[in-house]
Structure formats: C-alpha cells, structure tokens
Design a protein around this ligand. Sequence first.
Ligand SMILES: [Zn+2]
Length: 239
Amino acid sequence: MTNQLTPMPDDWQRALAIVAHPDDLEYGCAAAIATWTAAGREVSYVLATRGEAGIDTLDPAEAGPVREREQRASAAVVGVRSVEFLDHADGVIEYGVALRRDLAAAIRRHRPELVITLNADDTWEGTHWNSPDHRAVGRAVLDAAGDAGNRWIFRGLEEPWDGVRWVAVAGSDSPTHAVDVTHTLEQGVRSLLEHRAYIAALTTEPPEAYVRNLIEGFAQQEAARFGGRPAITFRLFPC
Ligand SMILES: [Zn+2]
C-alpha cells in the first residue's frame, strides 16, 4: 500500500453527485465537496431515495420528510444548494434500464464535467457486504455517464450531454486520487452532524464525538499516501 494518490483534477466548473440515500455523501466525501465549492465550483446533489427506510424507530411516511430536511441542511453546510430526490423506494432500488434512464436524465439536466458517486462494489474493504441500493445506484451512475451522451438512447428526455469527463467513486477499496481536506474537515464533520435524527437512532454515543471520530479517521487513514495531508479519496474513471 505504498502507491501514492494523485490529486483530483481541478480544471472543471460543474459537478453532480448522485447517490442512493441521504447521508451517503456525508459519510466521507462532504469535506472534499466543501473544498470545491470554496474554490467557486458548482456542485449539485441528486438522491435516488429520501432514505425513508433508514430509521428503525420511525415509520417511512415520517422518516422521508425528516431525512429530506436533514439532507438539505447537510448540503448547505458544504455550499451545495441544489438537492433533488428521484423518488425511488429506499432499500429496494432496482438496477436496470429505468434507473439508468432517470440518472441519465439528471446528468443531461445538470450537464456536469465531473460525476461523483459511492462505492458500488460487493463489499466495503472485503469485510462488510455493501447495500443493494449502493450497488445498484453506483453501477447505474457509471453507466448513465455514458448513456447521457448517446442521442439514440433515452430519446425524448433532455438534450444529450456528452461532457462528463470523469466519474469519481468515493469510498472505493482501490482509490487512485485524493483531495486535501486540511481546511474543510470541520465542514465535513458539521455536514454529517446535520443528519441528527438518523445518527440519534444509530448510536448511543454523543453525536458530535461519533461523527468527529469517524470523519477524522477516514481522512487520516489515507494521509500516508498523500503527503501526510488529511485526504478524501476517490477511484477516478475517465469517460
Ligand atoms: Zn446509503
């Protein structure tokens, strides 16, 4: 594990992050997003679901609106104002043409140069099984980045957009690139902390201690491969 990570490209203006659930971007990658918005770049979020099945003690009808509010607050902390929800059903998102079409439509609407998503591998670091929603959405995002540019498929949606230059996968076991988050780690902590109802149901630890340990831990984990700087890592796929 001595391979050094390459700095993420920064010659772009517009990014779109597409994930399955509220909190997917905040568990790790929000501090990187904060560095980009601080530099004047535009980042938007698209979530396949409202995460309505994510709180055991709360009925989905109540949890959906709560989690939507928490996601919007989390986004605001890192300078993201555009947050959309696609109304897929939490926990049972199906990988397939319908999902690819929805995501391609989102990419055509937002016209990003960089698309960000979350680990779609079977596992997290070979030890924890990944969720079916993460696997479905992450794979469909990688597919939809190409679909968005093909005028002959998904016709009748928005104008094709073939301007996606990279898809960056956060939380990958085999990252290639990283972002120095020295100055935005605190925003990353604050962003995850906005998922108050979710975190309260998840742990008995004081929320701030739980979140700080986690986010600072992620960022320090890869520092040795990035000049000792706290880093958020990505596996970068050129398009
Ligand atoms: Zn998730």
